[in-house]
Design a binder for this molecule. Structure first.
Ligand SMILES: Nc1ncnc2c1ncn2[C@@H]1O[C@H](COP(=O)(O)OP(=O)(O)OP(=O)(O)O)[C@@H](O)[C@H]1O
Length: 257
């Protein structure tokens, strides 16, 4: 097992649009050990989703070195990606949406039914299995998206602003819930957020990105992440405040203020 489960070195990504090159990522370095949680935070347009597309193997048009468990990401495999809008199909039931992930990877065998049932049960969704996404609350929809990822038994869970459309209370509930899942499964989790409190609550490593073309300009090690009682404690509030000033300082620096 490589020392860093996830390792990104000097990653550069550019898009070509109408004959012009748009540099999205510029020399990104990032690493995360197995079983740890990492959070990426940075201004809009700094290339966070671009980075995730590379990690998920959806974009292989890049320069630099990207390794997950020592292998170049190819899509699928041991990595699961949860998108901002959850990616649920409205015409499929909760059960069918969860099975869909397995079907897409050619893993939907009759034996997997038991696994789907176990995951739905763990996430408190078994009684909702026959409902459609429109008949669920935002938090329940988010849990279905997590169930669909967990049923694949991934080693790396990538979450792109997963809680952004939830109200504040539901958001905290789902953050707690994610923490429980992480403590049970010891998955490696990398999450994108714009929310400073969420970054400090969930991220053992917080990667601060610069405005586009993005690069990781600071890595904050956060030993406090993983404590359910953390919110409201003084060290938590202090770290949120220092992360907030770090992000503001960077913005002012870049704007030349
Ligand atoms: N397919 C594409 N073609 C051209 N340019 C793109 C494409 N996808 C992203 N970009 C550009 O690359 C840059 C990074 O975009 P990206 O979506 O990765 O940023 P982000 O940090 O995830 O943004 P946000 O926080 O707003 O979701 C932006 O300038 C964006 O306009």
């Amino acid at each position: 097992m490589p020392a860093n489960y996830l390792s990104v070195k000097d990653l550069q990504v550019a898009y070509l649009q109408k004959g012009k090159t748009i540099k999205a990522l510029d020399a990104v370095d990032l690493s995360l050990s197995q079983g740890k949680t990492g959070v990426i935070i940075g201004p809009s347009g700094c290339g966070k989703s671009t980075l995730f597309n590379v990690l998920a193997g959806l974009n292989q048009d890049y320069v630099g070195q990207v390794l997950i468990d020592g292998k170049v990401p190819q899509g699928g495999g041991e990595t699961a990606l949860i998108l901002q809008d959850y990616g649920l199909l409205p015409w499929k039931t909760v059960w069918d949406n969860v099975v869909l992930g397995l079907q897409l990877r050619g893993k939907a065998t009759p034996e997997m039914q038991g696994q789907v049932e176990r995951v739905l049960d763990k996430l408190g969704l078994l009684s909702l299995a026959k409902r459609y996404p429109a008949q669920l609350s935002g938090g329940q929809r988010q849990r279905v998206a997590i169930a669909r990822a967990l049923v694949l038994e991934p080693k790396l869970l990538l979450m792109d602003e997963p809680f952004s459309s939830l109200d504040a209370l539901t958001r905290e509930e789902i953050q707690d819930f994610l923490l429980e899942i992480w403590q049970e499964t010891k998955l490696t989790i990398l999450l994108i957020t714009h929310n400073i409190e969420e970054a400090v609550f969930l991220g053992q490593q917080i990667f601060v990105m610069s405005p586009g073309p993005g690069r990781v300009i600071q890595v904050v090690t956060n030993e406090m992440a993983g404590d359910h009682e953390l919110r409201g404690k003084l060290p938590f509030l202090e770290m949120c405040s220092s992360l907030r000033s770090l992000l503001h300082r960077r913005e002012k620096y870049v704007a030349g203020i």
